[in-house]
Design a protein around this ligand. Sequence first.
Ligand code: ZN
Length: 235
Amino acid sequence: MKVTVWNENCHEKTDPRVLELYPGGLHAYLASVLECDDIEVRTATLDDEECGLTQAVVDDTDVMVWWGHMAHHKVPDEIVDRVHKAVLGGMGLVVLHSGHHSKIFRKLCGTTCNLKWRDGARERIWTVKPNHPIAAGVDETFVLDPEEMYGEPFDIPNPEDIIFMGWFNGGEVFRSGCTFTRGNGRIFYFQPGHETNKSFQNENVQKVIKNAVRWACPVKKNLEIPCPHFKALEE
Ligand code: ZN
């Protein structure tokens, strides 16, 4: 399986806490979490030509992992269209944390993806669909402290499955782990992962992301369903 981890790589340049937690940047850290015998991981960032998402790279990707926050607007629309087309054709997409406001996630959802937010909260996540493949081996409940509060209402279309629910110590709740299908592509959104928190070091969080990548991996990619006039096969 070939995974491309995309990260805007911007906070890393201005906030030393990010590189302290995630040496090499979020993309490098997530790549090291995912890399294993049957998963080949490459990374791509805004700094790379075409955001590192050339047609060749996208064509060679089974599942893309997306982390963005302050530079969503810097991703050119043509790159977003390219990734969008790939998802409709079967490529999997795992959107992390503030990727909720990325152009690609909004385009796939068709909604604002707005939510409430406040940094520095304590979060308790509950696994509410324990038999889903993305929940395999994940604890029934676990705590991330601190994590950024993301609160409902979350302006997304109805997910196909809600696998994780988050509760925050301000009283807020959130659909923290949701699945969608668009065209032939599987999409998973997962809320933890603020850049200055150590959530990506959490064993349960890592398990969820690894499971999600496997779940989102397509049987076939680049599927195009045409719209032909069609002659009857039978009299
Ligand atoms: Zn954040």
